[in-house]
Design a binder for this molecule. Structure first.
Ligand code: HEC
Length: 93
């Protein structure tokens, strides 16, 4: 890995984690329980063959499922649910 790439990657990770630090985990939990359990329960997030393997990928997947439902969440709501799922199940740094 060259140095510029390393610095850029670190910068991106910092931006992402700062956004998620500001997120409201409890709101994310409530949104998830209200809207997201109709197709899959929590075991989807901890199954052995789970597909999501990074924080940005988790956010993308939350967004994908959310828009499939037609919920039209704000970015903040997507962030809250992503933060909740990450803290509870995924534990990405
Ligand atoms: C209409 C059905 C449906 C609803 C409702 C739904 N999902 Fe999903 N979700 C799926 C399916 C199907 C998969 C598995 C995709 C795959 O394995 O290719 C999935 C996978 C996921 C994953 C990835 C799990 C992994 O493998 O790591 C996440 C995260 C997720 N959903 C979040 C959500 C969230 C958040 C909501 C609520 C906004 C939600 N889902 C609502 C159908 C749904």
């Amino acid at each position: 890995m060259n140095k510029t790439f390393a610095i850029l990657t670190t910068a991106c990770l910092l931006v992402t984690s700062n956004t998620l630090l500001a997120a409201d985990i409890n709101n994310g939990k409530q949104l998830q329980q209200k809207h997201c359990m109709s197709c899959h329960d929590d075991s989807m997030y901890s199954r052995e063959e789970r597909r999501v393997n990074s924080l940005p990928a988790l956010r993308t997947q939350v967004q994908r499922c959310e828009s499939a439902l037609g919920l039209k969440w704000f970015d903040e709501e997507t962030d809250d649910v992503t933060a909740y799922l990450n803290q509870t199940f995924y534990h990405f740094k």
